[in-house]
Design a protein around this ligand. Structure first.
Ligand SMILES: [Zn+2]
Length: 228
């Protein structure tokens, strides 16, 4: 199986593009996609203080990795990782070590009952211009459908929050982490039965109609824009 772009040995198939890619072309495509989301949404300013919510789980670890790759181009920016300690064994030790290796400023705070509220408060203390979260495409469409099925308006991003991985499937983030030897901790997300059935339905449709999660995200974005 040869890479559709360069002829090297392909390691995966992107069904929605009908392409097979080698490790290098996939890594390149993945990083370009994240950069495009950042550029198109004007997510980063030249001298922003960016607080990255670092749980240590896969998506947040990949997000910090990519930020480090991008940030040397914006020397006036400040990158700060924040971990909320919820007593999960290994979380604090892992994230401390991870940031030390990357040379990223890191702060650990006790998690409050409302994680989002605590992160927002700490980001204010750190004078953050942006709060970056490792939210992926699967999360985005699941959240949107959850709101719609609950009779609510799909939630727009909170002020200052940026989600550079929102166009990346979780599966592809996993592939990128593996290829780039990015370590992370594994902690399952607690989900209601309702949420699980929405996620299952979306996975099933994506399997039959590759690319549908991305298209759904674009439709939801348009819908939110029209409502505003
Ligand atoms: Zn290739």
């Amino acid at each position: 199986m040869d890479c559709s772009r360069c002829g090297r040995n392909a390691i995966l198939e992107l069904k929605y593009f009908k392409e097979r890619l080698c490790a290098r072309c996939f890594t390149d495509l993945f990083e370009r996609r994240v950069k495009k989301v950042i550029r198109a949404g004007r997510l980063l300013g030249k001298s922003d203080v960016i607080v990255v919510g670092l749980s240590g789980c896969r998506d947040s670890a990949v997000l910090l990795h990519i930020f480090k790759k991008i940030f040397f181009k914006a020397p006036k920016s400040r990158l700060v990782a924040v971990t909320l300690d919820d007593n999960l064994a290994g979380r604090v030790a892992f994230t401390k070590d991870y940031c030390r290796k990357f040379g990223v400023e890191h702060h650990v705070y006790k998690a409050g009952r409302d994680l989002w509220k605590t992160l927002g408060e700490k980001a204010r203390v750190l004078k953050a211009d942006k709060i970056a979260l490792g939210v992926n495409l699967d999360d985005e469409v699941e959240n949107a459908l959850f709101s719609i099925f609950s009779g609510e308006k799909p939630e727009d991003s909170k002020p200052k929050v940026i989600k550079p991985l929102r166009e990346c499937l979780g599966e592809e983030i996993g592939k990128y982490a593996k290829l780039n030897k990015i370590n992370f901790i594994k902690a399952g997300k607690k989900k209601s039965e309702f949420r699980k059935s929405i996620a299952g339905m979306l996975d099933e449709i994506e399997l039959k109609q590759p690319g549908c999660k991305f298209k759904l995200l674009k439709s939801v974005d348009k819908y939110i824009e029209a409502l505003d």
